[in-house]
Design a protein around this ligand. Structure first.
Ligand SMILES: [Zn+2]
Length: 56
């Protein structure tokens, strides 16, 4: 899996029920969960968190 932003190799990480790809360079990540509804919710939260991290 390669980062969409900077084309670096991404790391696979698992935190509880959340698992996904994370870029070690720019922090871009793709999060998936076992339950789609929760996955969509977590993903929307991640979009907000990610923006705060990037633009802080
Ligand atoms: Zn990246």
């Amino acid at each position: 899996m390669v980062c969409e932003k900077c084309k670096e190799e991404m790391n696979w990480s698992i935190e509880g029920a959340t698992q996904g790809w994370r870029c070690p360079v720019c922090g871009w990540n793709i999060i998936t969960t076992y339950i789609d509804e929760i996955g969509a919710y977590v993903n929307s939260i991640w979009q907000i968190v990610k923006r705060k991290i990037i633009y802080r």
